[in-house]
Design a protein around this ligand. Structure first.
Ligand SMILES: Nc1ncnc2c1ncn2[C@@H]1O[C@H](COP(=O)(O)OP(=O)(O)OP(=O)(O)O)[C@@H](O)[C@H]1O
Ligand SMILES: [Mg+2]
Length: 354
């Protein structure tokens, strides 16, 4: 039943991307932490075909999106896209990856007039596209890794030529990745020519192009940026020490897999401040709004390179988002509430789609 006076917050989770399990984890944590005094949380599941369902809170405790999907017909209520505006006043987007983080859902919400977390269509799309975002960051004078985009067609037509070009330009090791994924899906650390073909084919499972990057040797960081009253500020920085050769899917989500230091342990305070400034700069250059997470590397020579600006962020209990909020003295419910209040203001003040 609708609880008059409370903002009905639809927490949208699941989705059509490779990251739907990560989304389920983020979404149910947001749902569980929403302050019931102010908000009425409504879990909304996007299934593998992009259809929307209102779930009971019991159903989101299922382990996988497959478990939920099997029970939808009997236990959930299907709603049309248009019907969404009768059900919620605000969308907390906990979808990750394609169709949820990349502007598709944002476009739908704009058409429906429902305010939401994160940036609008264009910046969301840029936030997912590592090739285009590098072009924009470079143009803004922000350091990014050396990279090269290989389209699937070029690879299929002239594999030897592509390998030769990459060998001449980068040497090894290098990283290969799909330009538009997250959670390290499709990412490979390529140490030699033998594993190059495997790395490129792995990335092509997820996209029609592969981004090849020089492998950076330095300290990895992650910076959550919040937009509040028109001001951008970075929360406390996190330094990441992966357990694997790089920050893999398992390192990100398996309990106890990697060390994270908030504030950083091995980066001097002045450098931390410079990194935060650069993260804010990148956030602004890409047109991000509301909040975002800017990842990068601090190199031994003092350079700061931005490798992965994200227009949204994982929100599981051990995420950067909640770890950095905790460092600023904010419980999950507090930072979630602030994010919603600020997103509402941003949407109220916009003129045309965000
Ligand atoms: N050029 C690089 N040099 C060194 N390490 C890299 C490079 N690119 C990626 N990595 C490593 O691989 C990890 C995943 O890469 P990246 O951040 O590009 O992927 P993602 O899937 O977008 O991640 P996220 O889940 O943060 O959105 C990074 O956290 C980092 O540890
Ligand atoms: Mg990313």
């Amino acid at each position: 039943m609708e609880d008059m006076g409370k903002l009905r917050v639809g927490v949208i989770l699941g989705g059509m991307s490779s990251e739907r399990e990560v989304s389920l984890n983020s979404g149910r944590n947001v749902h569980d932490n929403l302050d019931r005094e102010t908000f009425e949380p409504i879990p909304i599941f996007m299934d593998g075909e992009g259809r929307l369902w209102i779930l009971s809170w019991q159903l989101i405790s299922q382990n996988t999106t497959t478990d939920i999907t099997e029970r939808l017909e009997k236990e959930a209520r299907r709603i049309s896209y248009e019907g969404l505006k009768e059900e919620i006043d605000f969308a907390f987007i906990s979808l990750h990856g394609k169709y949820g983080e990349d502007g598709c859902l944002q476009g739908l919400l704009e058409l429906l007039g429902i305010p939401y977390t994160g940036p609008g269509v264009l910046a969301s799309a840029l936030g997912m596209d590592k090739h285009l975002q590098q072009m924009i960051l470079r143009a803004a004078g922000i350091g990014v890794p050396e990279s090269s985009l290989i389209r699937e067609e070029a690879w299929r037509n002239d594999r030897e030529g592509v390998i030769q070009t990459l060998r001449d330009r980068f040497g090894f090791p290098i990283f290969t990745k799909p330009p538009r994924e997250g959670s390290s899906i499709g990412v490979t650390l390529v140490r030699n020519e033998d594993s190059l073909v495997r790395g490129i084919e792995e990335a092509l499972k997820w996209d029609r192009a592969v981004l090849v990057e020089e492998a950076l040797d330095g300290l990895e960081f992650s910076s959550i940026i919040l937009e509040e009253a028109g001001e951008l500020h970075a929360l406390e920085l996190t330094e990441i020490t992966p357990q694997s050769d790089y920050f893999t899917y398992d390192d990100k989500y398996m309990p106890g897999r990697c060390r994270k230091f908030t504030p950083p342990k091995n980066i001097a305070p002045e450098a931390v401040e410079a990194i935060k400034k650069e993260a804010v700069h990148a956030f602004r250059a890409l047109g991000f709004r509301s909040y975002g997470r800017i990842d990068g590397f601090y190199l031994k020579d003092g350079r700061i390179l931005i490798t992965d600006p994200n227009s949204s962020s994982g929100m599981a209990p051990s995420s950067f988002f909640f770890e950095q909020a905790a460092c600023a003295g904010m419980l999950p419910a507090m930072i979630i509430g602030r994010l919603i209040e600020n997103a509402l203001i941003i949407h109220r003040e916009k003129n045309g789609p965000l």
